[in-house]
Design a protein around this ligand. Structure first.
Ligand SMILES: [Zn+2]
Length: 443
């Protein structure tokens, strides 16, 4: 049995927990078995490996509830001509033809490695990745999984299915997700999920096929929901009802479904999502980037939903995303009381864990996975029990994450990634980005 003690400057077990100074953790075979004062843990050491994390605050690793690793290669990609107007034109004229439809395995592998390195450095220990590459080679999720395996982090992987290149191409993606989810059912750190795109790229029969597949495979199901006003307008035009009610009529919603974005939602739609206990993911920064708007997250929370936070392939830094969630809604509502640091920290940890279907992570507690990060808490002003969440959410950054442990194993120590050669990964990603930008398409 592998036993390990990590002595901390303090432990913050979760958003609702008190800061416990001079506490550490005891890990056995990748599982957290105890939290307590450092001296107590040392007295139980009995041959356990001991790591002294110095003054670091140990807390749960962050969960990225919605990511597109491939999106890294498109950071800074030049536009040709005028910027597209509107979300639908952004997809149809730019993102689909210039990025998604050109991705091949080499690009996806390099982008996934880069995403993993970035996430390890910034304190994410679990992520849910949505690969949008309709023409990628068969078995592409295995290729992605091999990279994630090497990185040592935890992930839910899926390939987005839609009918925008016809039903056959879409069905291939559904099959790939089902195959992968079944194969990974008992896997320790990597799982699968069924995944469809939107109500404007999937027909009724396609949505039903995705739902049946997820039920067969016993896995979750992900979709993008109303990222801007375009989807509800289009759904009303095509089906005579808004997306949440259209999907509801098809029997899609239940607690195995993860809906990301949720920007253009009415109160009635939020009510229905809450009744169906749908899992949600909020992307404050990328929603702004694409001009989608500001998601009604405070209202979702009032109604009992517990959204996680995601980067959406955009700025891969949990601290920037947390600050986005902390600030945007206060500004939009002219109310400094909404979205306190405690809520935002919960979204980035425990709520995100539930959103991606991995409730064993996101909180430090005996019996849960030993996914722990250590944050340098040498803030300029005192860090106390009363202000710890404000200090971490508002005044710390990715460079302050010095230690990252996933399933009991160090993936970053003293700020250095242990599982991958960062220079090599960044070089590889840059080369593949150049291929993508030059339009060297698949194969
Ligand atoms: Zn997305």
């Amino acid at each position: 049995m592998a036993r390990r003690i990590v002595l901390g400057g303090a432990v913050l077990a979760g958003a609702g927990a008190a800061l416990e100074e001079n506490w550490g953790i005891l890990i056995e075979d990748g599982v957290l078995v105890a939290l307590g004062p450092n001296e107590d843990l040392l007295s139980r050491a009995g041959g356990a490996e001991v790591t002294d994390a110095g003054d670091l605050v140990l807390c749960p690793g962050f969960v990225n509830a919605h990511e597109h690793a491939y999106g890294r290669l498109a950071h800074g990609i030049p536009l040709v001509g005028e910027p597209p107007r509107g979300f639908d034109r952004f997809l149809a004229d730019f993102w689909w033809p210039r990025v998604e439809d050109r991705l091949d395995g080499a690009m996806i592998g390099a982008a996934t490695a880069l995403a993993c390195v970035d996430m390890i450095r910034s304190g994410f220990t679990t992520f849910c990745d949505v690969l949008e590459a309709p023409f990628s080679e068969a078995g592409i999720l295995d290729l992605e999984a091999a990279v994630v395996e090497r990185a040592g982090v935890r992930a839910v992987l899926c390939l987005e299915a839609s009918e925008r290149h016809g039903t056959e191409v879409g069905r291939r993606a559904l099959d790939e997700n089902e195959r992968f989810a079944r194969a990974r059912r008992s896997d320790g750190r990597i799982r699968g999920m069924q995944c469809l795109h939107t109500s404007f790229t999937c027909s009724e029969s396609f949505v039903l096929a995705a739902k049946e597949s997820a039920t067969r495979a016993g896995c979750g199901l992900h979709l993008h929901l109303s990222e801007s006003t375009y989807e509800p307008e289009e759904c009303l035009r095509r089906h005579g009802e808004r997306p949440v009610f259209w999907y509801d009529r098809l029997g899609l919603w239940d607690e195995a479904v993860l809906a990301s974005q949720g920007v253009a939602l009415t109160d009635e739609e939020i009510e229905r999502l809450a009744e169906r206990r749908v899992r949600m993911a909020h992307m404050p920064l990328s929603n702004c980037e694409v001009g989608g708007g500001i998601a009604p997250v405070p209202r979702m929370i009032d109604r009992g939903l517990s959204p996680g936070l995601g980067t959406d392939g955009y700025i891969n830094d949990p601290f920037e995303v947390m600050r986005g969630a902390f600030l945007l809604h206060k500004g939009a509502r002219a109310d400094a009381a909404v979205m306190p640091a405690r809520t935002v920290f919960a979204m980035a940890t425990a709520w995100g864990a539930t959103s991606v279907g991995w409730p064993e992570v996101g909180v430090l507690e005996s019996g849960r996975a030993a996914d722990v990060i250590g944050i340098d808490a040498a803030t300029d002003t005192p860090l106390t029990r009363g202000n710890v969440l404000d200090q971490l959410v508002l005044f710390r950054g990715r460079g302050d994450v010095r230690l990252s442990i996933v399933a009991g194993r160090d993936v970053m120590r003293d700020g250095v990634v242990q599982t991958m050669d960062e220079v090599e990964v960044r070089g590889g990603a840059r080369r593949e980005a150049q291929r993508l930008w030059r339009g060297e398409s698949r194969g």
